[in-house]
Write a protein that binds this ligand. Structure first.
Ligand SMILES: [Zn+2]
Length: 169
């Protein structure tokens, strides 16, 4: 009578062996942060070495790549990531827009608008992890120059239109 009561429901399947003695140890280990890539891990998953491409997932922060010895912090920051072509284009167009905004305001407005657009594309590349911190700085500088060039260019165009309208009055 007592025997049937004590038996856990798992005994319905006699093929399965009883739980191994390791199980309580594993449960105590589960209090530690998981080593395998999971959503709870603070370290982003699928990190690859910036130099050799070795998968660094699960390797402690502050150590170096086991393949080539590169500091893992560089990989986390994207230190060697290529510069985004959009960021360079945005910076060049932004500078051009400030330089050329005095010529009737038209080239400055066009270059300024393009600098803002390319700056946005560069920032999207940065968010996607395709380029490093330097690209983000260049894109920001390009957009600021573009906004300045566009503003001066538009002000120039408005002043010219006002002057033409006044002349015709
Ligand atoms: Zn490496």
């Amino acid at each position: 009578m007592n025997d049937s009561f004590d038996k856990p429901p798992q005994d319905d399947e006699p093929q399965i062996p009883p739980p191994q003695p390791n199980t309580p140890q594993n449960q105590s280990f589960s209090n530690n942060p998981p080593q395998h890539p999971s959503n709870q891990s603070p370290q982003p998953t699928n990190i690859h070495c910036v130099k050799c491409g070795y998968n660094l997932t699960g390797i402690a922060i502050g150590t170096s790549c086991p393949e080539c010895g590169t500091d893992i912090n560089l990989s986390l920051q994207g230190g060697f990531k290529p510069t985004s072509g959009y960021a360079i284009t945005s910076l060049v167009l932004g500078i051009l827009s400030v330089i050329t905004c005095c010529f009737w305001g038209v080239p400055g407005s066009i270059f300024g608008t393009l600098a803002i657009i390319f700056g946005g594309l560069a920032k999207r590349d940065y968010r996607d992890g395709k380029c490093g911190n330097s690209s983000r700085g260049m894109a920001t500088a390009g957009r600021i120059c573009g906004i300045v060039g566009l503003a001066i260019g538009l002000a120039y165009i408005i002043l010219i239109i006002i002057a033409i309208v006044r002349d015709n009055m």
